[in-house]
Ligand binder design. Sequence first.
Ligand code: SF4
Length: 282
Amino acid sequence: MGSSEVGSPEQRELVALERDIVACRRCPRLVAWRELVARERKAAFADQTYWGRPVPGFGDPRARILVLGLAPAAHGANRTGRMFTGDRSGDFLYAAMWRAGLASQPSSTARGDGLRLRGVWVTAAVRCAPPANRPAPDEREECLPWGVRELELLSAVRVILCLGAFAWNAALRLSAAAALARASDGAGGAADDAGGADEPRPRPRFGHGAEHLAARHMLIGCYHPSQQNTFTGRLTEPMIDAVLARTRELAKTSRESGPDLGRFAGSGMAARLLDDRAREPR
Ligand code: SF4
């Protein structure tokens, strides 16, 4: 989010939220890891100063699409300070977003490199780089309130693009927690209330192209753009392009059709979405 976009109270709160997130030290294991990696560095980046702090989300504050990843990469976003920047996953993702008209340039190398996102906000379920890319369940829960607050401030978001199964499951929790926080707004603070949200049971299965209406947001799944997936052909450019096209279609439909379930009525999905909701626990 650029300073020229910081106008509304919500946008100013996003800036304040970023400041709070960057100062967070709630997870001792992750704090130790992110700072160790930043001190030791990789030989290829030995001349660089690593970010070494929680990585905040960024993008268009009026976004209708939230792109949700797992966590910053140790030598990627933990180095650059911008989500999905500085590694092969980000190269693949931003190139796809550029082809889809959602990003102003096909690559992102650092904060301040001129990248602008259109209608999209990029964030992660866990904001500190975890050892072996595996956050612990308690770390995931510690970071959830930041996501709830972020989603609350990004009030136009209707579609969450989930990069991988971890992000899919995180989005289910996040959307439910955000809905709970919204419902209980004024009863003690949204972020503090978020931890009590239930996940849907049975949990909808993640898949590439899977769709599910979770609380107030439409979820769409995409294989994570990790090297393991892109080098093996499990995730190809046409595959991510198709998911991004579908994501854009869902976001556009939500704009044309009004709030809540009605916003998807024009897409021919309403009956299936209502079926999904009927299977969710009340
Ligand atoms: S993972 Fe989230 S909650 Fe834990 S220290 Fe980082 S920003 Fe804070």
